[in-house]
Design a protein around this ligand. Sequence first.
Ligand code: IPD
Ligand code: CA
Length: 292
Amino acid sequence: MRRGREHTPAGVRQDGRVADPRVPELMQIAETIAREAGDLVRANRPDRVDVAGTKSSATDVVTAMDLAVEELIRRRLGELRPDDGVLGEERGLEPGASGLTWVVDPIDGTVNFLYGLPAHAVSVAVVSGDPDPASWTMLAGCVHNIPDATTWTAGAGGGAWQDGRRLPALVDRGLDDALIGTGFGYRADRRRRQGLVAAALLPRVRDIRRMGAASVDLCMVASRALDGYYERGLNPWDMAAGALVVIESGGVVAGLRGRAAGEAMTVCGPPTLVSELIAALEKLDADSDAEL
Ligand code: IPD
Ligand code: CA
């Protein structure tokens, strides 16, 4: 993940040429598999979705569909990219031999899926290096929103696309004019603090939205349906594909205090807005779970 406030897209050389010739094929594979996964969910969504288990807390649920979609994605990657590793939300890391790892969220926005709410998506990305946002190089990604099949794709140096239309460069605006997306984690102590941070930010911005799917939030910034977005607690699979979509539409994806975006904090948007948002979040110690 790129750091701080540099503006050269990941995987792109200084002269602007794509650094990795595999990018177009990887973009194609990410999109093909994400669409197939979306088809599986749309064809098999039961009238009533049941919870199959819980993870980090009682509200962090997994459904049979999350598991089935991850199985499908792993099977298809095994056919198309047998030497690559896979890091998936439900089954963890299976390392590969090629140096590339697919970073997969079978359903991002599982609670929305459970309730039949609009934003839930398949997120498929491929990175080189460790599958860790602090050091990976993002190569390609696709976020496929399941209910309406809206599809964002991006390749390092290949631009960002929504449903086949290249996304134009983001437009900057001041924080006080900005519509900001955010999200909340599943643990009560973290949420308590996240609520206080959001309350302190609310009088300083146009408004705040909480859609419930981080990958879609990131892509909505790229599509200018949100001006900016921040969230503490994202996992690599929540952010990998969406972050590349933002970067390839000319945006910045960063953490606080000069760090890379990641679990501690992810902030994205056009460059000046991100600087203002980072300054506000740093003042609020938004990368802490301690009680205020
Ligand atoms: C969650 C969603 C949510 C965000 C959480 C994520 P999941 O992913 O992206 O919007 O606020 O931080 O964990 O659990 O639905 O895949
Ligand atoms: Ca998920």
